[in-house]
Every structure is written in C-alpha cells, then in structure tokens.
Write a protein that binds this ligand. Sequence first.
Ligand code: CA
Length: 524
Amino acid sequence: MRICYTIFAALLLSSFLNAAEEQPNIVFIFMDDHCEQALSAYGDAKMTTPNLDRIANDGMLFTRCYVTNGICGPSRAVIQTGKYSHLNGFVRNGNTFDGSQQTFPKILRKNGYQTAVVGKWHLKSTPQGFDYFDVLVGQGPYYNPPMLFGGIESEATQRDHTGYTTDIIKDKALDWLKSSRDKEKPFMLMFQHKAPHRNWQPGPKYLNWLDDETIPEPATLFDDYSGRASPAANQTMTIKEHMTPSDLKLVAPGNLNPYQLKAWDAAYSKKNADYLAKVDSMTEKEVIQWKYQRYVKDYLRCVRSVDDAVGEVLDYLDEEGLTENTLVVYSSDQGWYLGEHGWFDKRWMYEESLKTPLLAKWPGVIEPGGKSDAIVSNLDFAETFLDAAGADVPADMQGESLVPIFKGEEPKDWRTSFYYHYYEFPGAHSVARHYGVTTGKHKLIHYYQLDEWELFDLEKDPDELKSVYDDADYAEKRSELKKELDRLREQYQVGEDTFVAPVRKPKNKQKGKSGEKKVKPPKA
Ligand code: CA
C-alpha cells in the first residue's frame, strides 16, 4: 500500500513538474484599429510589415477572426473576461470596467504566472490582476503621454513622459522583460499600442515616409450607400465630410514640444501650403482623393513604427532564448475602414470592422506557415491563454480555446456561425445599434431600434453593397439565419437590450481634440 502511495506521489510530482516546465510565456501584442489591409501577411496590403509578418511566417494566420462588438473599450473587456459585452458590463466606450470580476490575468497569476500590461488600457478603471502595469491615461496622445504606473505591490501613480508613445510603450515593455520580471516564473505580457488609432500622428522617424507614393484607392471609396438599410447613409464617418483639420494635419497637434513641433512643421508645412494653394480649383472628387492620401499615409506611418517596435521585442525573445517557449499572439481590438465605403473608423458588422487580424506563433505547437479559416473571435483569447498555460477555463467564459486549432486539429462542433452586437448609439459617428449573425458566407444584420434588416451574400457580394433581405431567392436563407440568430442570442444569454441610456449626447459638429486649435476646414 505504502509503495502504491509513493508511486502515486512520484507520478503526481513528475506530472506537476512537466506541466510547470511546459507553461509557456505569453506575449500578447495588441494594436488599436489596425486592419488586415495594412498588414502584409494578409496579402494585397497597402504596406509591408516585415516584423508582424514574422509571427505569421513562424506561426499561423487566421482569416476569420471576428470581434463581438467592434469598438475599443468593449473589445478589451471581452478579452479580459472571455464574455460578451452584455455579461462583462462594458458595452460601449464611456463605460467603466468592473475590474473586480473574473479575468484571465488573475487566473494566470493563480497558476504561477507573472502578469504585466504596458500601453493602451482604455477601460477607465485601474488595471487589476497585474503584477505590473504602465498604461496610457484614457485614449492617450501620440506624443508625450501621461501614464499610470502600478501593480499588485505598488500604488497607482501617474507619470509624465516625453517622446513618441509607440516608442515609449516598446521601451517600457523591453525594460520589464529585461530588468523587472522574475525570471524564474513564466510571464504573460500584454504589449498594447495606441497606434494606429485616430488621429494617426506619425512618429518623428516616418513623418516623410511615403511622400512620393500614391496609395491605391479602395473600390468602394465613392460608395453612395444605396442598396442597404438607412444606417449606412446616416453615419458621420466619411472621409468626404467628417475629417477635422487635425485629422488631416492641417493644424499641428497641440501638445508637441518645440523640437517635436519643428520636425512636424518641416514635414507638413510645405505639403499643406501646396494643398491650400490649389484646393479652390479642385473638384469635390479630387478633394476626397487628396484627403484619402493624407489620411492613409499617416495611418500607415503609425503602423510602421509599431512594426519596428514588434521587431525589437521579437528580437529580444530570440536573443534571450525565450522564443522556443513563448506563445506570441498578435491582434487588434477590431478592424478598420481605410477608405472602404468612403469611411474611416469601425463599429459596423460589415467585414472590414467585424474582422480583426489574428496571428499566433508557438514553436513546437504551431507549425510555421499555418493558416486557419475557422470562425474565431476575440471572445476566445482569454480561454486560449488559460488553456496554453494549463489552467482550467471557467465554465462561464463564453469562447473556446484556440489551442486545438494551433495544433492543427480540427475540433469537432466548432462554431459555424457568429453573433455580433454593437450598442454605441447615440454616440460618436452615429452608427445605429445593431446585432446580427454571420456564417462567413451569409450575414444577417438587424438595426433593432429601427427594425431594419440587411442580408448579404458574402460570396457574390464581398463588398456588401446590396442587401438581398427582400429578395425572394433568399427567403429560405433569411428564415434560416433568423432562427440561428435567435439560437445564438439564447446561447449567449443576451436578453433584452437594457443599455439604453446614452453615455453622452450625439455630437452634431465635429470638434477638434482639446488642446488643438479649432479652425474651419478650407473645403469640406
Ligand atoms: Ca479600436
């Protein structure tokens, strides 16, 4: 009997040690509003991103990663909790995240991990469950950001910084990796960038990059919004009408120091003067085309700095011999319109903002060069990190671990449809509340406060230009998707939309950000 106990204890200990040895480090690289149109791993992109592409080349690229609610704060809350917005309580920007609830970093800590978040947080409440946090206050500016520093052992303190925010976040992440973490423990680092969020202020290094290039226009830049329900035409996010002078860099950011301002003016003054000299003789179409070039180039410049920063972190993992036992996951809080439908911004269940890029590498687990078309989501990230760490995934989390897909297995009963829900109306850019279901082939959207519907055949109409909701040929598909929508709403315990109180009044006029001079655009 005693021998049995001894053998049992030895087996238990050895399995524990194996598990401990196998606990991978986790580096979660997160961008804000980065879309696959600006990520060369996805092909046909507007720029080359050699360092982000390293993750895809050494790992796996997901072609159908959908977000549950395509806006910044809600996406972050979903990732923390593995739950839809209506259950984690953060349904729209302006909410405050209840940090006392169950989150994946807290569970990782209980399972021996050291946890850190550096960069954009944007959940209003102070981060909980992190040994170390150093996060932007609110949205955070592109230059000279105040940041909130603290952790489990230290009180939160706000500190000022000088420099370009992308570089500051990268330096802090590297400092923590090199000097501050406990090297005896596995770690989970959330490396989260502000870029390329509006209003796309490039770093000093890339202020003039692309000056001599012309970026191709998307096919739908001049969309007239016919063929869809009323919300598509009633938003306020067009390049044509809704970009401010600061968006277009016709005024400089208000918070640059004299050195930064000098470099900024050297890059923009002449280009602006050239534009202002000719704008009155330009056609409306030419003005839109000019704004598009200005906007997209600035966006790509912001991405380039992050790509450089990612390269430095990946190099560090390589140099320290950490790469072999580190799961690196890259994603963005949602996709983005780089001029598609004439838009900037996100929010819609249309493809460009519903889909977010997702790349993952984990040597020995993920075969290099892999690709998955499975319907996955930011709802799955928490579960994936816990599963990778060998921790139990709580039953009340609503997503699925991606680890079997990482391993090349085809999980049985994997989801074949996906539920989406956007709540922020009234709100910025006036996008009507909607929920819907997509199968990747067909998509049904309900603007429920208006009781308007759209149905898209994504194979025949990938740009979603014509709803076939009222088309008799799609009657069967329509009823099938409505049933599926009901089923998903029940499965995810959606209930009635009780989040009706507006957090802020809709803005009739676009205003410049505080600290920036407000001037009338020369021509809207
Ligand atoms: Ca965002």
